[in-house]
Design a protein around this ligand. Structure first.
Ligand code: NAD
Ligand code: UGA
Length: 458
């Protein structure tokens, strides 16, 4: 079959894989190729054991793979053939040099720009899919257009707003698609090419066009606002614990105000995920670069509050358990940074585990999807940590169970059986407020939840 356009995506990660799978599924007339330098990842995308767990993803991949969706490590051939190149490589926080710990590390990003230039023999549209500091497109454009072969590239910013665990639903029916381009005839034409791809399944009124810098900055701003809501509700959860107010009641009461809205007001052990912290720190760095120190401090507080919430959770555990957890078995229910994903990047569970190990606790971790990643994350930590697929086995002989991920299956566990197998007094710390605390207290647990008064038998 002759395809109408050849689309390439560089980077087959949590964004590149699902995004391209949905584009290929929705647009059978496009040839979509996803390339990555990691051969193991590409092999997994070509199998039924995909490299990431995402509900509904395998069905989408199976429908399109081999028809108009291809995964390969051959980056140069992919670039040569492409009309449009999405770049979805990782942009982690820099760990070295100027801006270490805050600025985005753009080395993978810049490398792809140079690869695109080296392997192109005709003009192409290059789409920023990765989350990038505002004005990165300028650097991209300079690198790409500084060639002596008369090649011209249009750079478009099309940030991705999907959340893990709901990626397929988010991609199939997005709140909006944002496409930023240069305010020139060529820029507008490039923007339209990308908008037309999405318009195959997204209604035009949800496709927003803007200038390049607005698109880049809107992505960082959206993540900052989302994370800010969580830090705001978590800050109030601490006050609830001091005053007998109940954080779920407060969140409900304020969320019914249509100006505030109910979503992203779930108090928790702290937000995780690969992006919130990195993107806010990047925003902080950019603000400082422009001399906006007050703005930088304002957003930095969102990250600090999150770190405090994670530490506060461990402090509550230690103080509740008579100021010592040394030698006590503690079962952590959930290690993924949220439910329905195996991803553990920046998961609150990592900090909770580390701090419990510093207190010499014996930590047993269970999770339905994230145990392999948990093992990798904790490879180099010292202390008594083990991994157990079965939550009942993890809890047996434990002094405490702490829920760190809101997996649905944890609500349906037989807590009577769990209680009977635990050391008494048995403690339950619900870092996600998903369990029936009154029922668990009646059963015999000492229950601590986020933003609620403790329920104690002594
Ligand atoms: P990821 O680490 O899962 O995937 C990135 C992939 O790029 C890796 O497989 C890596 O091997 C590959 N890569 C790096 N350099 C390459 C090169 N030169 N050539 C070919 N492949 C290369 O990252 P991710 O979670 O998919 O995130 C990608 C970008 O999207 C980041 O900027 C992130 O901030 C943004 N984002 C992520 C999410 C999310 O939910 N994870 C959501 C929205 C936006
Ligand atoms: C987030 C954004 O929601 C996406 O729009 C964005 O594209 C993505 O970051 C990104 O740029 O990477 P994600 O991190 O996958 O998506 O997941 P979220 O649902 O936002 O959850 C992030 C963290 O906040 C999780 O640890 C979650 O448990 C926590 N959270 C979320 C709360 O503690 N309370 C809430 O009310 C909501």
């Amino acid at each position: 079959m002759a395809f109408s356009q050849d689309i390439l995506c560089i980077g087959a990660g949590y964004v590149g894989g699902p995004t391209m799978a949905v584009i290929a599924d929705k647009c059978p007339d496009l040839k979509v190729t996803v390339v990555d330098i990691n051969p193991a990842r590409i092999a997994a995308w070509n199998s039924d054991d995909l490299p990431i767990y995402e509900p509904g993803l395998l069905d989408v991949v199976r429908r399109a793979r081999g028809r108009n969706l291809f995964f390969t490590t051959d980056v140069p051939t992919g670039i040569r053939a492409a009309d449009v190149i999405f770049v979805s490589v990782n942009t982690p926080t820099k760990t070295f040099g100027e801006g270490a710990g805050r600025a985005a590390d753009l080395q993978y990003w810049e490398k792809t720009a140079r690869e695109i230039l080296a392997n192109s023999d005709r003009p192409k549209i290059v789409v920023e899919k990765s989350t990038l500091p505002v004005r990165t497109a300028e650097a991209m454009r300079r690198i790409l257009n500084s060639n002596d072969r008369g090649l011209r590239f249009d750079v478009v910013s099309n940030p991705e707003f999907l959340a893990e665990g709901t990626a397929i639903a988010d991609l199939e029916s997005p709140d909006r698609v944002l496409i930023g381009g240069e305010e020139t005839a060529d820029g507008r034409r490039a923007r339209r090419v990308i908008a037309d791809i999405y318009a195959t399944w997204v209604s035009r009124d949800r496709i927003i066009e803007s200038n390049l810098w607005s698109a880049e900055l809107s992505k960082l701003t959206a993540n900052a606002f989302l994370a800010q809501r969580i830090s705001s509700i978590n800050s109030i959860s601490a006050l609830c614990e001091k005053t007998e107010a109940d954080i779920d009641e407060v969140a409900y009461a304020i969320g019914t105000d249509s100006r505030i809205g109910p979503r992203f007001l779930k108090a928790s052990v702290g937000f995780g995920g690969s992006c919130f912290k990195k993107d806010i720190l990047n925003l902080v760095y950019i603000c400082e670069h422009y001399g906006l120190h007050e703005v930088a401090r304002y957003w930095e507080a969102v990250v600090k509050m999150n770190e405090w919430q994670q530490t506060r959770f461990v402090r509550t555990m230690v103080s509740a358990m008579f100021n010592t957890v040394a030698g006590k078995r503690i079962a952590l229910f959930g290690f993924a940074f949220k439910a329905d994903t195996g991803d553990t990047r920046e998961s609150a569970a990592i900090q909770v585990t580390r701090q419990l190990l510093e207190e010499h606790a014996s930590v047993v971790i269970t999770d339905p999807k994230a145990l392999d990643n948990a093992r990798r994350d904790l490879e180099h930590v010292t202390g008594d940590v083990s991994f157990e697929a079965d939550p009942y086995v993890a809890a047996a002989g434990a002094h405490a169970v702490a829920v760190l991920t809101e997996w649905r299956e944890y609500r349906d566990l037989d807590f009577r059986r769990i209680l009977d197998s635990m050391v008494k007094p048995a403690f339950l710390f619900d870092g996600r407020n998903i369990l029936d605390h009154d029922a668990l207290f009646e059963m015999g647990f000492n229950v601590f939840a986020i933003g609620k008064s403790p329920r104690l038998h002594f």
